[in-house]
Design a protein around this ligand. Structure first.
Ligand code: CS2
Length: 490
């Protein structure tokens, strides 16, 4: 038996599996989501599902993949249903029905525009990752970004999320249809502000009047999102299908903890998210900083440092006493105190709870997955802490070790000709210093990448010295050597 709308009644018979309790057939689409990957399906789609289970509403989701057809093709075979497996102390399964349709923009741009321009679409949400915002080092839209340059001359067949959003808003303005709200769900600091900047800069290239109209009428709330969601593996498909008694081609796995904090800056209606745990607040900034600086900085640190000595998963590396000590000390000595946490957050406790979440034995979160796109991620999760600590005269030595681990991780990949998953992969491959052994030259070569490091950091001699020292120490490669480096610095 396959997972499908018709077969839901058999699955619903199993008391321990939650299934949609709203009238799915008669629920209309109210949200278009760009980038319906694992994180969206584990997080925003689940909050929306829970809100509809509680109080209904026409908040069905149309997922739009910008390029890949896999989600559409696999989910279509199961009426766009999929299972969420919560893997934690208690294992739970929930069949999610909130996604009603998946489109592939590169093949179905006309249908995508139809959805985006429909009066029934009240909200556009996005998970397009750090690189999807196409901003330059100055914080403005990079008009030379190949996707943006393409879209500005091919307005009705864009390839970027920004191109789609602006073209759809322009059409709604012409048709006198109220605009939708745009809600970024990416793990990016000031995600709503960044998206707004990109959208308005793009619109201004087409029509100043449109840019001004967007500025006044469209809300771009900032939001903090959190839930550890490793990618689906073959074993996930097998165990989940067995547990629900139906074949599910693309279930999603995540931990139990989930958090969504949204800036209370909204025009018009929204799902009853506030009744199912979403926090609406005026201080998203503090939550975002706490999450990116604690959870994500520690994650990336483990990903690079752990991979260098052969660990495979977050659980494995955090279970090692020295690494546990490393990230705990990094959190207490260098991260906490670098920012103003929200009043309602006990930040010491929050940090400890995060490290405990890494020790969830039910979750196999691959370090290699977290290591992707370091050039984009570290700009949000490590560099702002370094800048703040330098300004406050606080220690940066453990943060420098973390950054040096990324340098060494990239240098090894360049030397071994391993694939680097990063938008700057070609840049790294063309930096001769990275194949050599001169650590000063390597550090300088990295710090010269202005789009990542700006031009302030390379001028700070304390910081560059710490980086060179750490990178030199990392040239020794065994777990034992790494433990010594950590012990010396902690
Ligand atoms: C991780 C995040 O892959 C990564 O870079 O650090 O996806 C992390 O699991 C989430 O932000 C948790 O909310």
């Amino acid at each position: 038996m396959n997972l499908s709308q018709d077969n839901l009644k058999h699955i619903a018979g199993n008391q321990s599996i939650v299934t949609p309790s709203y009238d799915r057939d008669n629920t209309q689409i109210g949200i278009v989501h760009l980038g319906p990957g694992a994180f969206h399906r584990a997080h925003q789609a689940v909050y929306t599902e829970d809100a509809m289970n509680l109080s209904g509403g026409n908040w069905g989701i149309c997922g739009v993949s910008l390029r890949s057809a896999s989600a559409r093709d696999i989910l279509a075979k199961q009426d766009n249903l999929y299972t969420l497996a919560i893997l934690d102390k208690n294992i739970k399964y929930q069949v999610i029905g909130a996604i009603k349709e998946v489109l592939v923009a590169s093949e179905q741009s006309v249908q995508v525009f139809e959805r985006l321009c429909a009066a029934t679409t009240k909200l556009v949400t996005l998970t397009i990752t750090e690189k999807g915002y196409c901003l330059g080092a100055n914080g403005q839209l990079d008009l030379h970004h190949p996707d943006i340059a393409h879209d500005l001359v091919n307005r009705s067949s864009p390839i970027s999320a920004i191109g789609y959003i602006v073209q759809a808003l322009a059409q709604r303005k012409i048709n006198d249809i109220a605009p939708f709200n745009v809600l970024s769900c990416d793990n990016v600091s000031g995600n709503g502000d960044k998206l707004r900047r990109a959208v308005i800069d793009y619109a201004a290239q087409l029509d100043q009047g449109l840019a001004a109209w967007i500025e006044v009428n469209v809300a771009f709330p900032n939001a903090m999102v959190d839930s550890i969601t490793p990618k689906t593996e073959v074993y996930t498909i097998d165990t989940v299908s067995k547990a629900i008694g139906a074949q599910d081609g693309w279930p999603i796995q995540r931990e139990e903890f989930t958090q969504w904090v949204i800036e209370d800056n909204w025009h018009g209606s929204r799902p009853d998210w506030h009744k199912v745990g979403v926090i609406f607040t005026s201080d998203v900034d503090g939550f975002e900083k706490a999450k990116l600086r604690l959870l994500n900085c520690l994650h990336s640190t483990l990903a690079y440092a752990g991979s260098l000595v052969g660990f495979e998963t977050v659980y494995d590396v955090t279970s090692d006493d020295t690494f546990f000590h490393f990230i705990s000390t990094l959190a207490t000595k260098e991260i906490i105190g670098s920012f103003e946490p929200p009043k309602e957050l006990d930040v010491e406790k929050y940090a400890q709870e995060i490290i405990q979440r890494f020790l969830n034995p039910e979750i196999r979160h691959l370090l290699s997955q977290i290591a992707w796109d370091g050039s984009q991620k570290l700009q949000m999760r490590v560099l702002p802490i370094i800048r703040d600590n330098l300004a406050l005269n606080r220690s940066t030595k453990l943060l420098c070790l973390s950054l040096a681990c990324w340098f060494e991780f990239i240098c090894r990949a360049v030397r071994n000709d391993d694939e680097i998953v990063d938008p700057l992969a070609n840049t790294f491959a063309n930096m001769p210093a990275l194949s050599g052994s001169d650590t000063t030259a390597i550090v300088n070569a990295f710090l010269d990448i202005e789009s990542v490091f700006g031009n302030d950091l390379k001028r700070n001699s304390t910081f560059t010295k710490q980086l060179i020292d750490s990178l030199t120490a990392l040239k020794a490669t065994t777990l034992n050597d790494m433990n010594k480096v950590i012990e010396q610095l902690c």
